[in-house]
Write a protein that binds this ligand. Structure first.
Ligand code: SAM
Length: 325
């Protein structure tokens, strides 16, 4: 591969770009080429070059695929349209419930802020992972973090490891909020229709803006409604997704009413229901007449699949899949 090293720097770079563009090199040829570039570097510049290789973000575009780049761009757009905690003044019950938490809690939307984003905000002093137990002392304890959206890793786990091939299938996300499940499904599944039902009008507007900007309207639709008015959507769905939909947004009697509506209308035999947390946990403190063993069968999931390094295994284990009987 010495041909890469001949000529001046611009010529070398041009040749290198054209070789990569043609996609001509296999792994071992590319490895040798990279080693040769390092061998060809001036001795005095080598430490700087190695430091750049280890720390640069210039390689990010090669690491993430194009779909993830678009999803990250959607996250950036949404970040600019929302306050840092991604909660809106119109979410009265959710804001009230936040104040009632016994442990200091922050809302951080896991789709908008991944671990790297949170680290960098903490470094800049704009966020903290801890709170002070005694003001002025160094005694601190970790804050509780709540996310109201799936992270990108969770969404990819959902479409690649939880759900089967969705070609031609209809998915309904109950409480679609920022649209993470819908946009993730657009890029990471072949579902023919991805419906979001969201009771908060402000969040529906945000989702509509993203659908228009990224031209997702052929497969993604959002309905601004209480799920309890959407019987036929639920009856016809092949997959229904419910990520922590009611607990933080409704009082107990409203939660019970919604769950009974879901129980009555998610009935298509063989269709799939995804819940976070499990149905048992979601219903434990509610007064509902739901016969789980006559309604669904739990489908075991494998969590030992390869995922990004920062995958939160505990969060993935909260994802449950059921088949409707
Ligand atoms: C935790 S978020 C789920 C976000 C999204 N599905 C995801 O996984 O990224 C729950 C959302 O459900 C909405 N919601 C709660 N009760 C609802 C209802 N009865 N009908 C429609 N939306 C509801 C809330 O406004 C909130 O935005």
């Amino acid at each position: 591969m010495t041909y890469l090293l001949g000529g001046n720097k611009q010529t070398q770079e041009r040749r290198m770009r054209s070789v990569f563009k043609r996609g001509g090199m296999d792994f071992s040829a590319a490895r040798v080429a990279i080693l040769n570039v390092l061998k060809g570097a001036r001795a005095g510049d080598l430490p700087r070059l190695l430091h750049w290789i280890k720390t640069t973000s210039d390689f990010d575009e090669f690491i993430s695929n194009n779909d993830d780049v678009i999803l990250r761009s959607i996250a950036e757009d949404l970040r600019h349209s929302l306050p840092k905690e991604a909660m809106l003044d119109s979410e009265h019950t959710a804001l009230q419930k936040l104040q009632e938490q016994t442990k200091p809690t922050v809302h951080i939307d896991a789709f908008l802020y991944d671990e790297n984003c949170i680290d960098s905000l903490c470094e800049k002093g704009k966020m903290s992972r801890n709170y002070c137990l005694t003001c002025g002392s160094h005694r601190t304890a970790p804050l509780e973090f709540i996310s109201h959206s799936f992270s990108l890793t969770e969404v990819k786990f959902l479409y690649h490891h939880v759900l089967p091939d969705l070609t031609g299938k209809v998915l309904v996300d109950v409480g679609s909020r920022l649209g993470v499940v819908l946009f993730g499904g657009y890029f990471h599944s072949s579902a023919s229709h991805l419906w979001g039902v969201e009771m908060n009008a402000d969040f529906c507007q945000l989702q509509e803006a993203i659908i228009a900007k990224y031209q997702l309207c052929e497969r993604v639709k959002v309905v601004n409604a209480d799920i309890c008015t959407q019987a036929s959507l639920l009856q016809n769905a092949d997959v229904v997704v419910m990520n922590n939909v009611f607990e933080y947004f409704l009082d107990r009697s409203q939660q019970a009413r919604c769950w009974e509506f879901i129980y009555q209308n998610v009935r298509k035999k063989g269709s799939l229901l995804v819940t976070v947390p499990s149905l048992e946990k979601s219903l434990a403190e509610l007064q509902v007449d739901i016969q789980l063993n006559q309604w669904v069968e739990a489908v075991p999931l494998h969590y030992d699949v390869y995922l990004e390094e920062d995958a939160d295994r505990e969060a993935l284990e909260e994802i449950n899949l059921y088949k409707i009987l």
